[in-house]
Design a protein around this ligand. Structure first.
Ligand code: COD
Length: 163
């Protein structure tokens, strides 16, 4: 049976840290469905369509991945797609509390779906979409932290906002 995992997130925008988790996840799972879902706690820069487009273009070199979005509960989407696992990335201890709460809630909502955590590569430990957006907004060089299509999009977006 094909081992399918959902890798859920805001991906606003996708970063090299996310790609690192996808690369590692593909060593365990046959197929990953990278899914944009709503996180009500986050203030977003890009629309769902823009984020899917950035994900799809950033994943051009990967096989057995697809980008999707879903409006609703993560566990419902996992069931709909026959996925038995939710893949999440861990950076520092600061991620732990939120991830732990979410994994336990998801388990309570659907006992069939397991959450799998993978440690990020050391070079991405301080990388997050939020900090990258902040650096880009003030003209910082984010080249080494995001795929080229994302760098271009961030530069366009902030240039437009400033200009
Ligand atoms: N290195 C490794 N992993 C990373 C890095 C990095 N540098 N940066 C981010 N990650 C990991 C994160 O830890 C996370 O696992 C994943 O990548 C995605 O991160 P984000 O920030 O893009 O996404 P989040 O955390 O905002 O996603 C939250 C969800 C949208 C998945 C969540 O809110 C959700 O499931 N919403 C739908 C409603 C629902 O079902 N809620 C759950 C029940 S409470």
């Amino acid at each position: 049976m094909e081992k399918i995992a959902i890798y859920p997130g805001s991906f606003d925008p996708v970063t090299n840290g996310h790609l690192d988790i996808i690369e590692r996840g593909l060593k365990i799972f046959d197929r990953l469905i990278i899914t944009i879902l709503e996180n009500p706690a986050k203030k977003l820069l890009f629309s769902v369509d823009e984020r899917i487009d950035l994900l799809t273009r950033s994943l051009a070199g990967f096989s057995n991945v697809e980008s999707a979005s879903y409006d609703g509960l993560l566990v419902d989407y996992a069931k709909q797609r026959n996925a038995h696992a939710i893949l999440r990335g861990m950076r520092a201890v600061s991620d732990f509390e939120y991830e732990f709460q979410m994994a336990l809630m998801n388990r309570r909502l659907n006992r069939e779906v397991q959450t799998v955590f993978l440690m990020t590569g050391l070079r991405w430990i301080f990388t997050s979409s939020s900090i990258i957006k902040e650096a880009a907004k003030f003209g910082g060089n984010i080249e080494s932290m995001v795929p080229p299509v994302v760098q271009e999009k961030l530069e366009q977006r902030f240039h437009c906002l400033l200009g």
